[in-house]
Design a protein around this ligand. Sequence first.
Ligand SMILES: [Zn+2]
Length: 272
Amino acid sequence: MIQNMMSVDLEDYYCDLPFHTWNKFQSRVVMTTKTLLDLFDRYKIRATFFTLGYIAEKHPELIKEIVSKGHEISSHGYYHMDLRSMTKDSFEQDLVKSLEILRTIGGEKVLGFRAPFFSISENNLWVFEIMKKYLKYDSSIFPTKTPLYGISHAIRNPYMISNENPLKEELNGPLLEIPMATLRIPFLGNLPIAGGFHLRFWPTSLLKLGIAKINKSGFPAMIYIHPKDLDPHMPRVPEYAWHYYWGLDNATKKFESLLKNFRFSSVREVMF
Ligand SMILES: [Zn+2]
């Protein structure tokens, strides 16, 4: 049975808002992450936690607990910025700041990164030039097309990026890209099934079909969850659209069904 990859985007429920508003909100991330850690313990699963530098600085004891359970800490940036609105310098500063904090608190070298909002598009592929300098892998490309993100024709399985074009494969390339799981539907395109909102939206049978098809083609699937996706009591945030709240009540049950039916581990254990 193929080992798939389980990942957590470790941030608080309000982190999709601009940074200067964050201090207005009451944090729930320690409680919601502990619930997730208990689930992983129950099913003996290790995961990669793409962690915001901001969260690590605020809750170092939580990061230490995650590491002590054998999970991997990777970077989700410091300020949860949309890469599509950043300059090369501001991205590099944000990335390096997060890497230093995560390394200091987690005590291990950080190998990977996930862009907030899956915000890698065909217009900001320059981010790979910077990532290559510091990282071994990236897991941000969503080979689908949604109103919010996605590169519809991107490669669907893990691959080494080419130096000239990060959307192309090169066997001895400088960085491993691990795209988010999608289900290919003939004539329609690639359906996003990797987790988060998709986990809450699609029936569990469709998610399982997607993972099984990826595994059948010989590849591991990359799945993700936010602690807030499993929090039925997430406070109402006026700026948030319906999809932040859709299906929160059933999400844990659906997520557990995936944990029961497939094998998962961290990126570090599956790919390195
Ligand atoms: Zn995020």
